[in-house]
Design a protein around this ligand. Structure first.
Ligand code: FES
Length: 176
């Protein structure tokens, strides 16, 4: 009887000891997981995504790029065989070694429009277009601008600047 009781107590003590070890292991593993997650940037990403107004744009495509050269404060683009040759097309004109960006639209009425391609939020290039909602999209934090450059969705709060355009000799000329 005594032996039986002693054995039973021993089992209880053993179980409690084992449970303490298990909890300790749990906390150690949890701490390790936090360190790993933190060093891999997972926590940082979660915190970042919670602290800004990021949104996920839908149905976006990256705009075709045209290289432009500035001469006398103007950029001249040969329209034929370019991404804006046809009506209802859009492209991104890059100039000054890529530091300058202009969104160009060839409209259905055969007119052209040019907007700054530099996002007014934090200066990323507005390089995508959402054809479903007819908005230009900044890939950095999801700001959206309509075809006139007005802000449709933040975090940007200021519209895109527009530039004067004209067509001469089958070339589009943008005045900076
Ligand atoms: S730079 Fe932030 S939305 Fe464009």
């Amino acid at each position: 009887m005594f032996n039986q009781l002693f054995k039973s107590q021993s089992n209880i003590i053993y179980s409690k000891t084992k449970m303490k070890v298990t909890r300790r292991e749990f906390f150690l593993k949890s701490a390790g997981a936090i360190v790993v997650a933190s060093s891999s940037g997972i926590i940082g990403s979660v915190l970042t995504s919670c602290s800004d107004n990021s949104t996920n744009p839908v149905n976006t495509t990256t705009l075709s790029t045209i290289q432009g050269t500035v001469v006398n404060n103007e950029i001249t683009i040969a329209i034929a065989s370019s991404p804006i040759e046809n009506k209802n097309t859009k492209a991104l004109v890059k100039y000054n070694n890529g530091s300058g960006s202009i969104l160009v639209e060839h409209n259905s009425d055969d007119t052209y429009k040019a907007l700054s391609g530099i996002c007014t939020h934090q200066n990323c290039t507005v390089s995508e277009f959402d054809g479903s909602n007819n908005v230009f999209v900044c890939p950095c934090h999801g700001s959206q601008f309509d075809l006139n450059g007005n802000v449709k969705q933040g975090p940007a709060t200021t519209k895109l600047r527009s530039y004067n355009t004209r067509v001469e000799n089958n070339s589009l000329i943008i005045t900076l």
